[in-house]
Design a protein around this ligand. Structure first.
Ligand SMILES: Nc1nc2c(ncn2[C@@H]2O[C@H](COP(=O)(O)OP(=O)(O)OP(=O)(O)O)[C@@H](O)[C@H]2O)c(=O)[nH]1
Ligand SMILES: [Mg+2]
Length: 211
C-alpha cells in the first residue's frame, strides 16, 4: 500500500495596500500579479483580494494581497485587515501632494499593529507623469527613512521599478525578517542572493469580496 504523505504547508505572507483614492493601489496589484494595466478608473468597493505564489531562493511562498478602498466611507473596515498583516504598503500619487500628506494619517491609523513586527513600504506611484510631479523623490525618501520603511517610486502604467521594489527590496526583507518561515541556516540567509521565479504553473487565483 502506498503511504500518503501529508501536503507540505508553504509559508504565507499577508500584504495590505493602503492610501488615498485613485493613487493606484489596484493598478499596482494588477501590474504585480498579472502584469497588466487598465487606464480606466474603477474605485475599489470595500476590499479586493488576490493571491500569488513566488519562490525565494527555491522556497515557495504564498502571498495574500489585500487591496483596500481609499474612499473615506470604507475606512472603518481597514483595521480588521491590518491586524494580522505582515507587510503594509502605503501608496501615494507623485502628482498629488495631498495624497502624500495623507500618508501620515494612514500610518497613524495603524493603532492595532505592532510596527516592529511588520515590514512597512512607501510607494510613490505614477512616475510616468513626471512633468506633473508635486512630490519630490527626496520628500518620499525622507519620510520613509524616518519611519523605517522601504521606499520606491514606481509606475503601475509602465511597470517601471517593479522588479526592484518587489523582487529585490520586499522579498529580501521577507527573507530576513521572517527567516523561521523559510528554510535555511543563518549563513544561508545572510549570503542569500534572492532568486525569484514567478511560479508560472500556479494559476493566479483572483477572488473579489465584499462587492
Ligand atoms: N499615468 C498613470 N496612471 C495610473 C498609474 N497607476 C494608476 N493610474 C490611474 O489612476 C487611476 C486610479 O487607479 P486605481 O488603481 O484604481 O486607484 P486606487 O488607489 O485603487 O483607488 P481606490 O480603489 O478608489 O482606492 C486609474 O485611472 C489608473 O489608470 C500610473 O502608474 N500612471
Ligand atoms: Mg482600488
Amino acid at each position: 500500500m502506498t503511504e500518503l504523505k501529508p501536503k507540505k504547508e508553504i509559508p504565507k505572507f499577508k500584504l495590505i495596500f493602503l492610501g488615498d483614492q485613485g493613487t493606484g493601489k489596484s493598478c499596482i496589484l494588477n501590474r504585480f500579479v498579472e502584469d497588466k494595466f487598465d487606464e480606466n478608473y474603477q474605485a475599489t468597493i470595500g476590499l479586493d483580494f488576490q493571491s500569488k505564489n513566488v519562490k525565494i531562493d527555491n522556497q515557495d511562498i504564498h502571498l495574500l494581497l489585500y487591496d483596500t478602498a481609499g474612499q473615506e466611507k470604507f475606512r472603518s473596515l481597514i483595521p480588521m485587515y491590518t491586524r494580522d498583516a505582515n507587510i503594509i504598503l502605503f501608496v501615494y500619487d507623485i502628482t498629488r501632494k495631498e495624497s502624500f500628506n495623507h500618508i501620515s494619517d494612514w500610518y497613524n491609523d495603524l493603532t492595532n499593529v505592532k510596527i516592529e513586527d511588520v515590514i512597512l513600504v512607501l510607494i510613490g506611484n505614477k512616475i510616468d507623469l513626471n512633468d506633473k510631479r508635486e512630490v519630490n523623490k527626496e520628500e518620499g525618501e525622507k519620510y520613509a527613512s524616518e519611519k523605517n520603511m522601504i521606499f520606491k517610486e514606481v509606475s503601475a502604467k509602465t511597470g517601471n521599478n517593479f522588479p526592484e521594489l518587489f523582487y529585490q527590496k520586499i522579498f529580501e526583507q521577507i527573507a530576513n525578517k521572517f527567516k523561521p518561515g523559510l528554510q535555511g541556516t543563518v549563513n544561508d540567509i545572510q549570503e542569500m542572493k534572492i532568486k525569484i521565479d514567478e511560479d508560472k504553473n500556479d494559476k493566479n487565483k483572483k477572488k473579489k469580496c465584499c462587492k
